[in-house]
Design a protein around this ligand. Structure first.
Ligand code: DQA
Length: 151
């Protein structure tokens, strides 16, 4: 039973590895993709791993996931705190959505405590670093366990 899962990374996540490694770690986005593909295969997921720095691109990716995938994992990065467009796109999809953050935004600057997405997603994982991606896929497997793949 192969479910299709889309993982979306928002702005600046493509710079992982060199971007503030003391906060985000030294794993690159490319290395993270390889790790996620491995974890996804353990749950027999067909994983699409995508990233964009552009709000409109991410809205389009969410629409496509809603039309074609069984589940969505999203780290909207800074847009988490600002984007009504991404919130509205997530609210409109009818598949499980896991919101993911490497850090715990609530434990950082006060502006990161504004989260426009938290109440329109199914579940959230924050503060586990790269390990959070494995946990998100593990959690998605539980969310999809009783749902047949849309095929
Ligand atoms: C982040 C947290 C956001 O506040 C920040 O803007 C990011 C990354 C995280 O994964 O911890 O770019 O989403």
């Amino acid at each position: 039973m192969t479910h299709k899962v889309v993982m979306i990374g928002g702005p600046n996540l493509g710079r992982l590895g060199s971007r503030q490694p003391e906060i985000y770690g030294d794993t690159t986005w490319g290395q993270l993709e390889v790790m996620c593909l491995g974890w996804a295969s353990e749950s027999d997921f067909d994983l699409e791993f995508v990233q964009s720095d552009m709000e409109g691109d991410i809205v389009g990716m969410i629409h496509r996931a809603g039309d074609t995938a069984d589940g969505l994992v999203i780290n909207a990065a800074a847009y988490t705190h600002t984007s009504v467009a991404i919130r509205d796109a997530l609210a409109a999809v009818d598949i499980p959505v896991v919101e993911l953050h490497l850090t715990n935004p609530d434990a950082r600057e006060s502006f990161r405590r504004t989260n426009l997405l938290a109440d329109v997603v199914t579940a959230g994982i924050r503060g586990f670093g790269i390990e959070g991606y494995r946990l998100a896929l593990f959690g998605m497997a539980a969310l999809l366990a009783d749902r047949p793949p849309r095929g």
